[in-house]
Design a binder for this molecule. Structure first.
Ligand SMILES: NC(=O)c1ccc[n+]([C@@H]2O[C@H](COP(=O)([O-])OP(=O)(O)OC[C@H]3O[C@@H](n4cnc5c(N)ncnc54)[C@H](OP(=O)(O)O)[C@@H]3O)[C@@H](O)[C@H]2O)c1
Ligand SMILES: *[C@@H]1O[C@H](CO)[C@@H](O)[C@H](O)[C@H]1NC(C)=O
Ligand SMILES: *[C@@H]1O[C@H](CO)[C@@H](O)[C@H](O)[C@H]1NC(C)=O
Ligand SMILES: *[C@@H]1O[C@H](CO)[C@@H](O)[C@H](O)[C@H]1NC(C)=O
Length: 327
């Protein structure tokens, strides 16, 4: 029943919502977009360039693809000397650390748009953990926390909150994290156990974890007035390379769900990157503040979020001792 309601809401959004073309100026701003060589990140970076950003850093795991993207963006936006390609591979914590160290030397950052992500039904290991969890969750928040001191510094320096945007998805509403009931009591360990892994639900699960984590962080450490504005955004269902593992079925799903172009989807990312203080800690969908799933908002969802955040904090401390003090 709840899945049918979810589908009805998705169809309504896909067929009847409008997402305006962004037109606010990013003049003078420096924006960072992860996973920007293709898909939504590429289109968002292009918007930033068209909207007069001074510096747009596209963080890519493959520099060759990054350079090709830079050329395409500069050609289409008819501006050069704005885009820079920086190496970032979220499957390696060392790469995340190196990227954060480099980004911390920038004289200005207005937007950190954490867009890179994967969807896979194959269980594989990256940094000792299941790949979707490593890339979409652990590395995403590792980067966020490593950048926090710099973002706070920017807030002081320019007297304006920088934006930290986490790209999530409406598919977070497809699961209520059954792993929370595992007798081990350890959600991440359960997710990393191949014998217990429900990989068909793994992508939605990773997107739900992002939602729970942002909400717990905001509730516990980043209350309104915090120097950095964080929000999480649903781009809607788009034709990108995300479903690269899926064959012919993909085209049918695109048609049935009236999939958006990545340009259209990227408008929501750009919107979240300049949304006002009312967007802090909020779920952004169709260029407006919305609410995440009913389960996320339930008491069980809140408690689960606390647990997930506690577990992730411990993990992040293991990767970078002292990192929690950055908040
Ligand atoms: N498309 C949708 O319908 C949809 C809906 C809701 C949410 N989203 C979210 O939107 C975001 C972007 O997805 P998309 O649809 O644009 O997918 P996409 O076309 O597959 O693009 C994903 C981007 O992330 C990069 N990436 C993947 N693994 C990485 C890693 N280990 N390190 C650094 N970068 C990595 C990819 O680089 P490579 O090209 O090198 O692989 C690519 O640039 C994701 O977070 C996704 O969950 C998408
Ligand atoms: C910018 O976009 C908004 C929303 O679509 C629209 O209402 C407004 O008229 C646009 N402004 C300009 C200058 O085009
Ligand atoms: C960007 O700069 C150009 C050239 O100065 C100007 O015509 C355009 O209106 C600016 N765009 C925005 C969104 O401010
Ligand atoms: C996952 O990564 C953490 C560090 O974040 C590590 O301690 C743990 O052993 C890894 N493997 C599993 C299966 O959790």
């Amino acid at each position: 029943m709840s899945q049918l309601l979810w589908l009805a809401a998705l169809l309504k959004s896909q067929y009847f919502s409008s997402v305006p073309v962004p037109n606010t100026s990013f003049e003078g701003q420096t924006t960072i977009v992860t996973g920007a060589n293709t898909g939504l990140g590429f289109e968002a970076a292009k918007h930033f360039v068209k909207l007069n950003a001074s510096r747009v850093i596209i963080a890519c795991r493959n520099l060759e693809k990054g350079e090709a993207a830079k050329k395409a963006i500069e050609g289409e936006a008819k501006r050069t000397g704005v885009v820079e390609v920086w190496q970032l591979d979220l499957s390696s914590y060392n790469s995340v650390k190196a990227f954060a160290a480099r980004a911390s030397t920038l004289d200005r950052i207005d937007v950190l748009l954490e867009n890179a992500g994967i969807s896979t039904s194959k269980f594989s290991i990256m940094e000792d953990n299941e790949s979707s969890i490593t890339v979409n969750v652990v590395s995403t928040f590792l980067l966020a926390l490593l950048m926090m001191p710099k973002l706070k510094e920017m807030s002081k320096k320019f007297n304006k909150q920088p934006h930290l945007v986490i790209v999530s998805s409406e598919v977070h509403g497809l699961t209520d994290l059954p792993e929370r009931k595992d007798p081990s009591g350890d959600i991440f360990a359960t997710l990393n156990d191949k014998s217990k892994a429900a990989m068909s639900a793994r992508y939605p699960t990773s997107k739900l974890l992002e939602v729970l984590i942002v909400r717990a962080m905001v509730e516990q450490q980043m209350q309104p007035g915090y120097p950095v504005l964080i929000n999480y955004v649903n781009p809607g269902f788009c034709r990108s390379e995300l479903m690269r593992e899926v064959g012919l079925l993909r085209q049918i799903v695109y048609l049935f769900l009236n999939a958006r172009s990545t340009e259209k989807g990227s408008r929501t990312l750009v919107h979240a990157s300049q949304a006002g203080p009312k967007s802090h800690g909020q779920y952004m969908s169709n260029c407006a503040v919305d609410v995440p799933s009913a389960w996320v908002r339930s008491e069980e969802g809140r408690k689960t979020g606390e647990r997930v955040w506690k577990e992730l904090s411990r993990k992040l401390e293991g990767i970078e001792p002292g990192i929690l003090a950055n908040l």
